[in-house]
Design a protein around this ligand. Structure first.
Ligand SMILES: *Cc1c(COP(=O)(O)O)cnc(C)c1O
Length: 464
């Protein structure tokens, strides 16, 4: 593999970056003061930065590099497709082979009668599609008033106007005039933070029943769909209590509203099955996909749609689409990624071998004095940090202060583990080996030890 080493010195790259590159979800002035870490190369589960450090990427980029970095087959698929047909659109009665082949493959992999694919360039775009598709579906059925979409606080569905409105992130809603009209939110099934004195099962039922209460409050004749991630990702890898999803399924069935599973993270093996809906036992009408669809090698997303919804839409012109819907290079790369996931048995190995191994090792962190709850499904997991496990207390500092301190130690220890508030989260490439899992856990434990020492030094080891 060729590694480019004749780049500018890191400090110069950082200065140019800060001067000209506006970063997503960042405070640009902080970034300018510190200098961003410059990632130059990656292979398997490891990143290399411009200083030559080897970093274990326990986040698979942004939850997306499912087959790991450095797979030449994907580069070759992209080059082949670029030479053959680098671009054509799928508007106006045209199509092309990569878009056809990928749609057919997704229809085969997706459960039930989810047989139809509407392409987008990202998860955010796909969820914007879903809003318009749901409302158009009900309008075509003669129920245009059924335009309300329900979603959850602390869910994440993207950061465009529509998808950011579906999401329940207060920080996103507070900028730019979101949410758009007729989107409402219910509570999240985060027992650790919000369950009070209830049992996990009671709390799961209570949170699921908020959906029914909200439907009745708004009027069942007005509600078109409910969207949720099978396991909340960006919200902190929140795994609902077992009682939650069966009750949600009962409620959406009872009121005949559409269920949208946002599979952008959970899809393509992350939970040990092709889709999180299979792991959690739910039957969505639409699934949002992106991220692991191409293992992040190309930007591509989409909606996989059931026969009923696609059938109704088929009778009208749906005035919607993106220049890059079904981009041929992205489709070709996604197809190659799916081939590798399937033929190399990567998802089976997550379900039967490396997932259980990671679970055992990750759960062993529960004995750390600062770790309260440990949650893990397949290859997505979280640790709730607390100064007092029994009371599930928070620290006497703004949420995220302690999580950030631990993340800083991870950074120094060459481990990418993120924090969401005071929860630490992982989502490694699905190809991670047992030895690499051991390394991940060693570095995580060291970082927790060092983080705890820093927390104590700062006088924050007290309950808030
Ligand atoms: C990342 C994410 C999105 C948004 O995808 P983008 O490609 O960043 O627009 C949507 N839903 C979920 C569950 C995600 O994790």
């Amino acid at each position: 593999m060729n590694v480019i080493t004749n780049h500018m010195p890191t400090a110069e790259l950082q200065a140019l970056d800060a001067a000209h590159h506006m970063h997503p979800f960042s405070t640009q002035n902080d970034l300018a003061a510190r200098g961003a870490r410059v990632i130059t190369q990656a292979n398997g589960c490891f990143l290399r930065d411009s200083e030559g450090a080897e970093i274990l990427d326990a986040m698979a980029g942004l939850w997306c590099v499912n087959i790991g970095y450095g797979r030449e087959e994907l580069a070759e698929a992209a080059a082949r497709q670029m030479k053959e047909l680098p671009y054509y659109n799928t508007f106006f009665m045209t199509t092309h082979i990569p878009a056809i082949a990928l749609a057919a493959k997704l229809a085969e992999l997706a459960p039930g009668d989810l047989n139809h694919v509407f392409y987008a360039g990202s998860g955010s775009e796909a969820n914007d599609t879903n809003i318009r598709m749901v409302r158009t579906y009900w309008a075509e059925k003669g129920q245009p008033e059924r335009n309300v979409l329900l979603a959850r606080w602390n869910g994440y569905h993207g950061s465009s106007m529509g998808s950011g409105s579906l999401g329940g992130m207060v920080g996103i809603h507070s900028q730019g005039g979101l949410p758009i009209p007729d989107i409402h939110h219910i509570g999240q099934p985060n027992w650790w933070a919000e369950g009070g004195s209830m049992s996990e099962e009671e709390f799961g039922l209570m949170r699921a029943r908020e959906l029914e209460e909200k439907i009745l409050e708004i009027g069942p004749e007005r509600v078109g769909a409910f969207i949720a991630e099978p396991v909340q990702g960006a919200g902190g890898v929140i795994v609902a209590p077992d009682s939650y999803w069966p009750e949600i399924q009962r409620i959406v069935d009872k009121y005949g509203i559409l269920l949208i599973a946002d599979e952008v993270i959970c899809g393509f093996g992350r939970t040990g099955n092709w889709f999180g809906s299979q792991t959690l036992g739910i039957r969505p009408h639409i699934m949002t996909i992106a991220k692991g669809l191409s293992s992040g090698y190309q930007p591509i997303g989409g909606s996989i749609v059931c026969d009923e919804v696609a059938g109704v839409l088929a009778a009208c012109e749906f005035n919607h689409g993106y220049t890059y819907s079904g981009h041929p290079v992205a489709c070709a790369v996604a197809l190659e990624n799916l081939r590798i996931l399937e033929e190399e048995g990567i998802i089976d190995r997550v379900r039967e071998e490396t997932g259980p191994y990671l679970k055992e090792k990750f759960e062993s962190l529960a004995d750390h004095p600062m770790v309260g709850e440990v949650k893990i499904v397949g290859m997505m997991g979280s640790l709730a940090l607390t100064p007092h496990k029994d009371s599930r207390a928070t620290f006497a500092s703004e949420a995220g202060t302690v999580g950030y301190m631990v993340r800083e130690r991870c950074f120094a220890n060459n481990l990418i583990m993120r924090h969401v508030g005071d929860r630490m989260i992982i989502s490694p490439p699905l190809v991670i080996s047992k030895e690499e899992i051991d390394l991940l856990i060693d570095r995580a434990r060291l970082s927790l030890d060092e983080g705890m020492a820093a927390v104590k030094d700062a006088g924050l080891w007290v309950a808030g």
